[in-house]
Design a protein around this ligand. Structure first.
Ligand code: C2E
Ligand code: C2E
Ligand code: C2E
Length: 89
């Protein structure tokens, strides 16, 4: 077993996401809204997403998954722990 424990989840802070300027967070917010609608999961303060979906978001934002992760951490939407989830790609 690794001393760092299992791979952390990618957990989006929905409240923080709503506070961001539209031009930055618009594509992210639309993507997340789609997942919420597919799951019927509207009431959470956070949303756990698939690693695969971070890859799709990276394509949308025209960045590498690692760079987008740094940006989302800067915005306060992802926890810094999420770096370990993306390093595992
Ligand atoms: P699906 O991928 O065929 O998954 C069917 C059901 O299996 C999901 O219903 C959920 O109950 C369960 N499931 C699948 N993968 C996971 C997982 O990694 N963790 C957990 N806890 N459960 C899982 P649900 O949630 O109602 O989603 C319905 C459909 O909506 C999914 O069908 C999928 O097509 C889409 N969807 C939901 N959430 C996501 C997401 O985060 N990313 C993507 N790409 N699609 C999603
Ligand atoms: P966790 O994954 O660390 O999540 C902690 C809490 O964050 C959850 O408490 C829930 O309040 C919130 N949360 C995380 N991801 C989501 C999300 O995608 N949608 C919403 N609405 N809330 C989210 P909760 O629900 O009491 O779950 C406690 C623990 O139970 C979770 O810890 C996880 O370890 C497990 N768990 C709950 N649902 C699932 C599931 O669908 N799949 C798996 N594998 N574990 C689950
Ligand atoms: P989780 O539920 O703890 O699942 C952790 C990992 O186990 C998932 O990572 C995925 O690799 C695998 N897994 C769990 N359930 C299924 C399943 O039904 N089918 C398949 N093919 N794999 C499964 P992943 O995909 O990165 O997802 C991370 C977290 O995002 C999940 O943690 C869960 O909290 C959330 N999630 C992802 N997809 C769905 C979904 O369709 N519905 C719901 N409700 N939550 C989802």
């Amino acid at each position: 077993p690794t001393p760092l424990g299992p791979t952390p989840k990618l957990v989006i802070d929905l409240e923080r996401m709503q506070q961001l300027p539209q031009d930055k967070a618009g594509p992210l917010a639309r993507y997340i809204a789609t997942i919420q609608s597919q799951r019927g999961d509207y009431n959470g303060r956070v949303l756990s997403i698939r690693q695969e979906d971070l890859r799709s978001l990276a394509v949308i934002y025209d960045r590498s998954p690692g760079d987008l992760t740094e940006e989302l951490i800067d915005w306060g939407v992802l926890d810094p722990e999420a770096r370990r989830a993306v390093d595992a790609f």
